[in-house]
Unconditional design. Structure first.
Length: 291
């Protein structure tokens, strides 16, 4: 077997986590990533018959205690992830700090395979201190299942607390159309990168099935979903695409926060956004441009 620490999917995860921490998107143990890796890419590095542990999936966010935690864990039994059975994922660990992933991936990451019952994962590598996958794993898996229906090439779900996106949810209308239109107008590349727009959820308690299911429902139509006063979920075919989507939205939100109280002398018009979309061969969400 090859050394798994040299595997491209582990090295990519380490670099991505380090970048997200450097940008201030994943303070403390905030944020999580799940990255589906084809079996043939994993097989040279791991004995796929050697299951280290079987771990039940739970919605318990780690912020819940006592009866609330018990009720949250019980709700996880409702999740049916059998459409993902047999698929292998690299997943950040619950309670782990992104700043530590690069130096100790075997403790802070895990390689897991979805069990046949769709309610457990089989640990193939990682979580060396006895840890487990992110408590948001059920929410990730629900989003993976919805995105795969839309895009068979989908592989990544990424959640973080992008600073300016969170700030924007305090001062901007949370209507998805209005929120997206503002972002589109902040810099030229936005229409090109996310012409399908951004889904937005109101403030909800994190780490439970309600916000997980609401996010997955949005994923039927959007690759990006903003959690008001909390953060953002981004998806993609690989880590670069998911990261790039969030990065572009965050840059647009930063520009908005910087200019929101300044007199605007000119902006990108809807007519110009339409011309831009045509030039790059992308299709804006129907009805979201006033042209």
């Amino acid at each position: 077997m090859k050394d798994i620490l040299t595997a491209p999917f582990i090295r990519e995860m380490c670099k991505t986590c380090a970048n997200m921490y450097r940008l201030g998107w994943d303070e403390r143990n905030g944020g999580n990533i799940s990255y589906q890796v084809p079996e043939e890419e994993v097989a040279p590095y791991l004995d796929l018959q050697n299951v280290l542990r079987v771990i039940p999936m739970s919605f318990n966010s780690g912020y819940l205690v006592g009866k609330a935690a018990e009720e949250s864990a019980n709700k996880a039994l409702e999740l049916d992830a059998t459409p993902l059975a047999g698929k292998i994922f690299v997943v950040t660990g619950t309670g782990k700090y992104f700043k530590n992933v690069m130096d100790d991936p075997e403790t802070n990451l895990g390689v897991v395979r979805v069990a046949a019952d769709g309610k457990h994962v089989e640990l193939l590598w990682g979580y060396a201190d006895g840890g487990r996958p992110t408590s948001e794993l059920p929410a990730h898996f629900m989003s993976h299942m919805e995105r795969l229906k839309v895009d068979p090439g989908h592989r990544v779900v990424m959640h973080c607390h992008a600073t300016n996106v969170v700030a924007m949810t305090f001062v901007h209308d949370l209507c998805e159309r209005a929120f997206t239109r503002t972002l589109w107008k902040m810099c030229t590349e936005c229409m090109v990168v996310f012409p399908d727009g951004v889904g937005v959820l109101p403030w909800m308690i994190c780490g439970n099935d309600e916000i997980g299911r609401a996010t997955a429902e949005k994923m039927k139509d959007f690759r990006l979903v903003v959690w008001a006063m909390h953060g953002i979920f981004g998806t993609g075919k690989d880590l670069d695409e998911a990261f790039g989507l969030i990065e572009t939205v965050e840059k647009a939100a930063e520009i908005y926060i910087k200019i929101m109280n300044t007199p605007i002398k000119q902006d990108i018009t809807d007519a110009q956004l339409k011309v831009l979309a045509e030039a790059f061969g992308v299709t804006p969400r129907a009805g979201w441009l006033d042209v």
